[in-house]
Design a protein around this ligand. Structure first.
Ligand code: GEK
Length: 243
C-alpha cells in the first residue's frame, strides 16, 4: 500500500528542486492520483490504446515508467503475439520499487524489462507503442525534438506515441484560470495551500510545460502525420500521434 503524501505539509527552510527519490517513491501513487486530474482514466485508457496498436513481434515502450502503472495497464490488455514491454526510468528508487510491484503482477505472461536508464540513452527500435506519460515535461526543452524524432524513427508504420503532459496556455487569462482550478482540484484532494505552494516552487525549474500547439508542431516536425488530443482535464492533456 502507498503511504499518503505529506512531503510539503510543513514549512521547509530551503526548497530544493523536486527529485524522484525514495521519499517520493513511498508516496508516489497517492501523490500522482491527488495531483494529476484524470490519472486513473489515462492509465486505464493507455491499456485500450495498447490493445489496439500493439503489433506482433514488436516492442512497446514505457518511457519514464516510475512504478510501472502504464506498463501494467498495457500488459493486462495486449493480445498481440510475441510482444514485449521495455520500461525505463532514471530514478533507481523508482525502478527498484517498480520491479517488486511487477513481480507480483499475474495479469499476463508478456515479458517486461524494467531498467534504470536515461531515456536519451535508450534505443527505440521495432516499436508499435511508445508511451511517455508525464515524462517529456521533465526533459530539457532543447532535447525534446531530438527525442521525439528518435521515437518516430523507432516506430513501425501504424505505430503510436501516447504523450501525456501538463500544459501551458498562451493567453494569460486562460493560464491563470486553469492553474487556479487545478489548485482547487488539489485542495479538494486534501492538499493545503502551503503544500500546493511549496510543491509549485520545487517543480518550477524541473517541470517545464508547453502549449498544445507547441507539442503538436513538434510531433509534426518529427514526422508524425496525425496527432490529436484524446484527453484533457484543466492543464493536463494526453495526445496520441500515429506514424
Ligand atoms: C506513470 N509514467 O505513473 N530518463 C528517464 N526517466 C526520467 C527522465 C529521464 N531523462 N526524466 C524524468 N524521468 C508514470 C509517471 S512521473 C510524472 C511519470 C510525474 C522520470 C522520473 O524519474 C519519474 O519517475 C518520471 O519520469 C515522471 O504513468 O511525477 O509528474
Amino acid at each position: 500500500m502507498s503511504q499518503s503524501d505529506s512531503i510539503y505539509a510543513s514549512p521547509l527552510d530551503t526548497l530544493i528542486d523536486f527529485r524522484f527519490d525514495e521519499r517520493v517513491v513511498d508516496v508516489f501513487p497517492d501523490m500522482i492520483q491527488r495531483s494529476v486530474p484524470g490519472y486513473g482514466t489515462i492509465i486505464s485508457t493507455i491499456g485500450v490504446f495498447a490493445a489496439k496498436y500493439a503489433q506482433e513481434n514488436s516492442h512497446c515502450y514505457d518511457l519514464g515508467c516510475s512504478l510501472g502503472a502504464v506498463t501494467l495497464s498495457m500488459r493486462q490488455r495486449i493480445k498481440a503475439e510475441n510482444c514485449d514491454i521495455i520500461a525505463v526510468d532514471n530514478s533507481q528508487a523508482m525502478i527498484e520499487r517498480g520491479q517488486k510491484i511487477l513481480e507480483s503482477d499475474r495479469s499476463s505472461t508478456i515479458p517486461v524489462t524494467m531498467t534504470c536508464a536515461d531515456i536519451n540513452d535508450v534505443d527505440i527500435e521495432n516499436a508499435s507503442v511508445v508511451v511517455m506519460n508525464f515524462t517529456l515535461q521533465f526533459i530539457p526543452l532543447e532535447e525534446r525534438l531530438a527525442l521525439i524524432k528518435r521515437i518516430y524513427q523507432g516506430l513501425k508504420p501504424g505505430g503510436v506515441l501516447i504523450l501525456s503532459e501538463k500544459i501551458a496556455f498562451d493567453e494569460p487569462e486562460r493560464q491563470a484560470f486553469q492553474i487556479d482550478i487545478h489548485h482547487d482540484f488539489k485542495r479538494a484532494n486534501g492538499y493545503s495551500d502551503l503544500e500546493i505552494s511549496q510543491k509549485r516552487t520545487a517543480l518550477e525549474n524541473v517541470l517545464i510545460p508547453e502549449t498544445i500547439a507547441t507539442h503538436q508542431q513538434r510531433l509534426n516536425d518529427a514526422g508524425f502525420s496525425f496527432s490529436d488530443v484524446w484527453f484533457q482535464c484543466f492543464n493536463f492533456i494526453s495526445l496520441v500521434a500515429v506514424k
